[in-house]
Design a protein around this ligand. Sequence first.
Ligand code: HEC
Length: 134
Amino acid sequence: MKLFHTFSHAILALSCASITTACGGGSEPYTPEAPTMKLPAKKEQIVGTIIPSEMKSILAKNTCLGCHKIDSKLVGPSFLDIAQRGYTQKELVQLIKEPVPENWPDYPPMAPMAWVEGEQIEAMAAWIAALPQE
Ligand code: HEC
């Protein structure tokens, strides 16, 4: 019985480690929810079902998911909120490279993401532009 207990803890630790990696290498100093064990798993579920896996890996690789979630506020506005502004793909590419913090007065300014590969910026911008608008 004791052995089983230790084992299940190991599994728990392992699955947490992989969730952290998927969310951007554990480098989420801004995430206010980080200390609660339950939320990352939930976040992962939401993100996993709505963001196509290819897009998710681009967003994760470029650290976007450290600050943006699909449908709720994190450090930055959710991708759905951004989509409601009706930007074109071209405008979004420009905003990712050179954010305009005045557009989101309730948030801290986003750092310019000029280092992100052009092709990936295009793909992310196209994806955001195509999100449903209410
Ligand atoms: C360190 C946190 C952080 C990271 C990393 C980050 N963002 Fe942001 N983002 C923000 C914040 C905060 C805002 C709102 C304030 C602003 O626009 O400056 C924002 C705004 C935006 C906007 C809206 C711009 C506008 O003016 O309406 C887009 C689009 C966006 N982010 C996309 C991305 C993409 C794509 C990535 C990854 C390449 C990314 N962000 C990475 C924090 C971040």
